[in-house]
Design a protein around this ligand. Structure first.
Ligand code: ARG
Length: 262
């Protein structure tokens, strides 16, 4: 798997667009750098190819590269951010992904879409979130671009404002999710469509453990994920817990810092 990451050279909490962010809470820049580096090194040690995109000054959330686009095959559907605070990232993502030879697609002008933060492949379906950042209209457009079924899921808890904060594909037939972050109907949909689910209580999901990435038989996620060792073991996975405290201050974790390319 090839992965794109963005080194936190200009990272900070400079505005508040989700309930985790408080501008008065200082980010420890050095610690953020070493937490990011630990994730980068873990990917490299596990044999992944990691490419880097430079962080632009004045775009503090660019480190959360998962939101740049949804990439599948040679197609990337670019983000259109909900908040003006992040719209400035869009030209940088367009350029970075075009440079990698991807075919770029965009959702319709008035529609918002926050990339792989709100759209995740599980086997041959896309599970997509709406309610906070991505408009449900974007889901139909994804279905068209990728020619796949899109399952729309309604997010209801502002602390879990992107799908990847509360839903994590672990294998083609296995997902981990935090039921209370979804409308009751959407939680039922997940249980009905996915053969194996690990249900994560809200208190644990608040450590951002659903914001993980599977590499081989490892689930890389935030500290706290080791509490699910038993359930993960049952699915043939082992947890690698990485401290993400500095990124949690902006509402992000392991998966947010990662953009998977096919
Ligand atoms: N501060 C960022 C925002 O609110 C965090 C993005 C987290 N990314 C993610 N894929 N969940 O937009």
């Amino acid at each position: 798997m090839a992965i794109l990451m963005c080194r936190p050279d200009h990272y900070g909490v400079e505005y508040e667009i989700n309930p985790w962010m408080h501008v008065e809470t200082g980010v420890d820049r050095e610690k953020a750098g070493s937490q990011w580096q630990a994730l980068y090194s873990t990917y490299r040690d596990l044999g992944q190819t990691v490419e880097l995109v430079d962080q632009a000054p004045g775009q503090p959330d660019m480190v959360f590269i998962a939101n740049a686009a949804l990439v599948h095959g040679s197609t990337a559907v670019l983000a259109r951010f909900r908040h003006p605070e992040r719209r400035g990232e869009e030209p940088f993502w367009r350029e970075a992904l075009a440079d990698r030879g991807l075919r770029l697609r965009e959702v319709s002008p008035a529609v918002t879409f926050e990339g792989a933060g709100d759209a995740l492949f599980v086997s041959d379906r896309i599970f997509a979130g709406h309610g906070f950042r991505t408009d449900i209209e974007a889901h139909r457009e994804l279905a068209r671009w990728f020619d796949v079924e899109v399952v729309s899921l309604q997010l209801v808890d502002p602390f879990f404002y992107h799908l990847d904060t509360c839903f994590c594909p672990l294998a083609p037939e296995v997902v981990m999710f935090a039921p209370r972050a979804f409308s009751p109907q959407s939680a039922r949909t997940i249980r009905a469509l996915v053969p194996h689910v690990i249900e994560v209580p809200t208190w644990l999901a608040r450590d951002f453990i659903c914001n993980g990435v599977v590499v081989g038989d490892r689930l890389l996620s935030s500290t706290g994920v080791e509490k699910l060792d038993g359930e993960l073991h049952h699915e043939g996975l082992a947890a690698t817990a990485l401290p993400m405290t500095e990124f949690l201050k902006a509402g992000g974790g392991v998966r947010c810092l990662t953009l998977e390319l096919d």
